[in-house]
Design a protein around this ligand. Structure first.
Ligand SMILES: [Zn+2]
Length: 125
């Protein structure tokens, strides 16, 4: 209730670890993915394999991801958590591309945002 951030598209209240920004707009995950026509979410997986992954959380978890998405996932797996800025620097990603990759990984329930103090980290789902 203290966090009064609203999605500028659908008006849903979103917490700081669920925010996506594009073209200066603050959006929730769903709207970001709707707007971000450049990104294709979890295509190789489908709903069914997503559920299987969620159950097993096994080694095949990153199947169907791009090499970059795998690297980001593995990086966070190794470190435990990372900020967007850290990932952008490590993988030479522009901010918009970082948002895209995170949106995909979040939608696949591989990574999520986690707020600690004033910093939002990306952590394993
Ligand atoms: Zn929205």
């Amino acid at each position: 209730m203290s966090e009064g951030i609203k999605c500028q598209n659908c008006g849903k209240t979103i917490s700081e670890d669920e925010i996506f920004t594009t073209d200066g707009k603050t959006l929730c995950e769903d709207c970001y993915i709707d707007v971000g026509h450049r990104i294709r979410v979890c295509d190789p997986w489908g709903e069914r394999s997503k559920k299987i992954f969620r159950k097993s959380h096994g080694l095949e978890g990153t199947d169907g991801l791009t090499d970059l998405q795998k690297k980001i996932y593995e990086y966070i797996q190794e470190k435990g958590k990372a900020t967007r800025a850290e990932l952008m620097e490590n993988f030479s990603l522009p901010a918009a591309e970082m948002e895209n990759q995170f949106a995909i990984l979040r939608h696949c329930q591989l990574l999520k945002g986690k707020k600690e103090g004033d910093t939002v980290y990306l952590v394993l789902w």
